[in-house]
Design a protein around this ligand. Structure first.
Ligand code: GLY
Length: 359
């Protein structure tokens, strides 16, 4: 059982992140304690509801079930959940609980951030990606026709309950998606300025077989290492004005692939890994990293058995990159590796990028 603390200095606010494999039948009482035994509603992912509603045993009248899939993170469902909270007469001191993956966490968190100008929000991530990335750090959002996560807030939860028992039923596609974000943490570890440097890259290298087999003890340690890094980054830069951008390692090209394949061909994590490979290649072309580090990066990715995704020519992906919400004044922003476990931000014009990818 591990308990980590996120402390947001500017708000004098802290919250616990519990990581364990306790009996799921005990989880409800712990969550209700975190709600100070006040009123609450629970938003469940449909898949998770089907598998775990019995063991978690929340009263039916307090449950809202959200269908699965990124397209459900929309304005209509946002209003439906808000109306459900209103119909349950939730007050400011009450809580909204999200149980599911990133989609449920993001939309429910956005409801919590706007319901009566902010109500307690509790995250219970059930996918590997949500456990290691989206449930921690306060990014909440919904999608619009203009793009993903364009309507949202920074709204920190009151508590996060990570229980690795949920991983047992996570399908391998979603599991591998989470591993993509985990590899990212290994490649950025030294730039996170975390007190607890653990050599995550080495851990990922040495334990790849156990990790691919979801060995519970290893997974708890791995999730804890990633969450520690996320805490370190978010504590230094909650609103992504500087350091937090390193969490977007692999995302510039990764997002372009997601957009070009209409978000339905590959998982987010697969695209992040493809984006990491792209960033490693870019850094090599720019002589930012040594050859042996390039080999190490690609070798580690291969150990996790990621297949190459569909290739796109620069004239397809560069225009998509310029419309990304992270691009500014015609500069495309990349987080690139510079040495072992270390990354830095670089900006390129479209012309510069076209030249570099040719070399
Ligand atoms: N998922 C990236 C971040 O939380 O900043």
């Amino acid at each position: 059982m591990k308990e980590l603390q996120m402390h947001i200095k500017s708000k004098e606010k802290s919250y616990p992140i519990f990581i364990n494999n306790d009996e799921l039948s005990n989880l409800k009482s712990k969550i209700i304690d975190a709600c100070n035994n006040k009123n609450y509603i629970v938003v469940f992912s449909q898949k998770v509801y089907k598998l775990y509603s019995k063991v978690l045993d929340f009263p039916k009248n307090k449950i809202f079930v959200l269908k699965d899939g990124e397209k459900e993170k929309n304005y209509k469902n946002y209003i439906k959940i808000l109306n459900f909270a209103l119909s349950q007469k939730l007050k400011r001191e009450d809580s909204i609980i999200a149980i599911g993956g990133g989609v449920v966490g993001d939309i429910t968190g956005f409801v919590a951030s706007t319901y009566m100008r902010g109500i307690n929000f509790i995250q219970v991530p059930t996918t590997l990606l949500a456990m290691t990335d989206s449930s921690v750090g306060g990014k909440v959002a919904i999608n619009s026709n203009f793009g993903k996560n364009l309507i949202g807030a920074f709204y920190q939860p009151k508590a996060v309950f990570i229980n690795t028992n949920f991983l047992k039923t996570l399908d391998s596609k979603q599991y591998k998606s989470g591993l993509g974000e985990i590899l990212k943490y290994g490649f950025i570890e030294k730039s996170c300025n975390s007190d607890s440097e653990e050599n995550l890259l080495n851990f990922l290298y040495e334990n790849h077989e156990k990790i691919l087999k979801k060995e519970d003890y290893i997974m708890q340690n791995l999730i804890s290492s990633c969450v520690k890094l996320k805490i370190a980054v978010v504590q230094q830069d909650e609103k992504e004005s500087g350091l937090r951008k390193i969490l977007n390692y692999g995302h510039t090209y990764g997002h372009a692939v997601e957009k070009l394949t209409k978000f339905n061909k590959y998982t987010h994590g697969e695209c992040v890994v493809e984006g990491i490979k792209f960033a490693v290649k870019l850094a090599t072309n720019l002589n930012l990293i040594a050859k042996d580090y390039q080999f190490l990066c690609n070798d580690l990715i291969e150990k996790y058995d990621y297949k190459d995704l569909k290739k796109f020519p620069p004239e397809k992906y560069i225009p998509v990159m310029t419309t990304d919400k992270k691009a500014t004044n015609n500069f495309i922003k990349f987080i690139l590796p510079t040495k072992y476990g270390t990354v830095e931000e670089y900006d390129f014009t479209t012309e510069e990028l076209s030249e570099i990818v040719k070399s």
